[in-house]
Design a protein around this ligand. Structure first.
Ligand SMILES: Cc1cc2nc3c(=O)[nH]c(=O)nc-3n(C[C@H](O)[C@H](O)[C@H](O)COP(=O)(O)OP(=O)(O)OC[C@H]3O[C@@H](n4cnc5c(N)ncnc54)[C@H](O)[C@@H]3O)c2cc1C
Length: 480
């Protein structure tokens, strides 16, 4: 098995020849100008880039990529910088060009007959969602960083989020793509078609590829009709097994209207409540919580009755002890605020270990138990705060430091804890990355757990499309 071509580290080209190809606002080189592009949420150690390119058009992206190819300069694509795997900053990669898509944020077309929207890659997810909503349409993709993350970043990480249970991940919401390939050619696959079996479905090569095979410059996204009705509940469950029983119950009653089903442990709830603006809506303390949401674009479906019926059966079966159903839009947002505050609280705690494991749904209870035992054995007193998208089997088995331990000391335990948590997921047929991608953080670990044939196929694809190894080196590589 041969890994990708070793990454270039030189980056010694004279950047003035690149400047000649671009508008002056498209290239930043001074320390103060590039500072905002070299820090991610993980505080990754970042090498100084040669320059930050901020192209305003697909043609400019193609010029930058061609120049980098000719001069053997590595390219690090960058979206909203909310990724959690150090993929968008040049860690261990001196002299790269950071290619930030933020200026390419136009909506090129909205088609209310076919229900599609065509946007440039740098458009912020929340803005695209708001625009669709203003037209009575709905872009389902939704997560805690939607106010900053960009469509290009979401598609490149195949983002999952809060309602993948019903609508699938980012990949499932894409009809067409435009990509600048590593050789500088532009592939225009911006088709507004739901069906197209003519040839390989090439867009899937670039979705979830984290910029290793090309730069996504625009996309056609599929829209849904705007929900006419939503019902949201927070309820307590004694354990994860009861949460899974409730998921089956609700789906049996409310079918595909079950759009979100989020699991929150007591420790995760405690962290959420430490964040500003969070309020606990229940009377009792509980070990586990579920935030569930039903939504329908048809106004004729009585979601409230369906939700109440599901919860009633849950009480009878002993799966539910306490429940709160939101009575207004503001109350709904308050419940979702709790869920988002868990993720924000984990990011704010600089030494909180973050994981993105997934296991088959029927293995979630076994996984939670095994991961808990493994963590306690390695570092007694460490505080797991598992939460996540239960309906997708995606558990963020995050861990905070023991209360008396300082951040730096706890960080030294990260590799052992991470390996143990991920090993338990793999043993159960799971994955180390359900929705965040691999980035430079996980590529090396992926190499140790991936199937050899799968890895070889990935390397062959990478070498075929990017023989110079210039596109986001360090991701999908043996040295990552
Ligand atoms: C509070 C919080 C909550 C979150 N919740 C979720 C969640 O529920 N579900 C989830 O999936 N994620 C979640 N995330 C993670 C993150 O928001 C996603 O990974 C998001 O998709 C990243 O988008 P971005 O624009 O910020 O990309 P960046 O972080 O800038 O980049 C991510 C990767 O994509 C590449 N890339 C970016 N743009 C392009 C492009 N145009 N072409 C090619 N490659 C590109 C980068 O090189 C990098 O490898 C959360 C993050 C935070 C901070």
């Amino acid at each position: 098995m041969t890994g990708p071509t070793p990454k270039p580290l030189a980056g010694k080209a004279d950047v003035s020849s690149l400047r000649d190809l671009l508008d002056e606002r498209e290239l930043l080189t001074t320390a103060s100008d590039i500072a905002g592009f070299t820090t991610d949420l993980l505080h990754s150690a970042v090498e100084l880039p040669l320059a930050v390119a901020r192209p305003a058009s697909t043609q400019s992206v193609a010029r930058i990529v061609s120049w980098c190819r000719d001069n053997e300069i590595a390219i690090v694509p960058q979206g909203g910088l909310t990724g959690l795997c150090a993929g968008a900053v040049p860690s261990g990669l001196p002299g790269a060009v950071i290619l930030s898509l933020g200026r390419m944020n136009a909506v090129k077309n909205i088609d209310l007959t076919g229900n599609t929207i065509t946007v440039e890659a740098g458009a912020v997810l929340a803005n695209v969602k708001a625009l669709a909503e203003g037209k009575g349409r709905y872009l389902p993709l939704s997560h805690g960083a939607e106010g900053s993350s960009q469509i290009g970043g979401n598609l490149s990480t195949d983002s999952g989020g809060n309602n993948a249970l019903r609508y699938g991940t980012a990949r499932d919401q894409v009809l067409g793509l435009e990509v600048v390939l590593p050789d500088g050619n532009i592939w225009n696959g911006l088709r507004r078609l739901r069906k197209n079996t003519a040839g390989y479905d090439l867009k899937h090569l670039f979705l979830g590829a984290e910029g290793t095979l090309g730069i996504i410059t625009a996309a056609v996204l599929e829209l849904q009709m705007a929900p006419a009705n939503r019902q949201t509940a927070l309820f307590s469950v004694p354990d994860a097994g009861s949460a899974i029983s409730m998921l089956h119950q609700l789906r049996a009653i409310a079918g595909e209207t079950v759009a979100a089903f989020e699991l929150i442990s007591a420790a995760a709830m405690e962290r959420a409540l430490e964040m500003p603006g969070s309020r606990y809506p229940m009377k009792q303390n509980h070990n586990w919580f579920v935030l569930a949401e039903l939504e329908s674009s048809g106004s004729g479906i009585d979601l409230q009755s369906l939700l109440e019926e599901g919860l009633g059966l849950g009480f009878e079966a002993g799966w539910v002890a306490e429940a709160v159903i939101s009575k207004s839009g503001a109350q709904r947002l308050g419940l979702w605020k709790l869920r988002e505050a868990v993720a924000e609280g984990c990011i704010e705690d600089i030494s909180c270990l973050k994981s993105d494991t997934a296991v088959p749904v029927d293995c979630i209870s076994a996984y939670l138990e095994a991961a808990g035992l493994a963590v306690e054995k390695i570092l007694p007193g460490a505080r797991p705060l598992p939460f996540g998208h239960l309906g997708d089997g995606n558990i963020h088995y995050n861990v905070r430091r023991p209360p008396q331990m300082d951040h730096e000391m706890f960080r030294t335990s990260w590799p052992e804890l991470t390996a143990a948590i991920e090993a338990e997921a793999i043993k159960l047929g799971g994955t180390i990355s359900a929705e965040h991608g691999l980035g430079r953080l996980k590529s090396g670990r992926y190499g140790t757990v991936a199937d050899a044939v799968e890895l070889d196929l990935m390397y062959r694809l990478k070498n075929c499309l990017d023989p110079g190894g210039l596109m986001n080196p360090g991701i999908y590589s043996e040295s990552g």
